[in-house]
Design a protein. Sequence first.
Length: 133
Amino acid sequence: MVQLLQHVGVDEAAVDTFRPTLASIRIVMMLAASGTTRFSQIKVSIGIAAKTLSANLRELERNGLVHRRAYATIPPRVEYSLTEIGEDLAQLSAAWEAWLERSRPRIEAARGVFEDAGSTARPAQITSRHRDL
């Protein structure tokens, strides 16, 4: 992935700035759809272990994508919301999701060509075979 991004002019240091996990993208998309949300609501909504959710939320907060607001109550109450750059990532993720939905038939067709060709197929062979898909 880094080589691909460098090929199109993205510097490796830029890539290292933020490497989102699938879980963090799911959190961002959930917060974009729901707005300010409590930890337990996020956990239930995306079906993620508390430890994993906590680590991802910390990383998102560290990178300035999520705002964490803690209330001095018993039991403690913590809410999360997206920052401006978190909203930007949500828009990019939504665009990627839309691309994936549009491209799914071509992706599945390419996989079929690859599997039909057997394990000896190489990307260049597959590309030439499914160019018209």
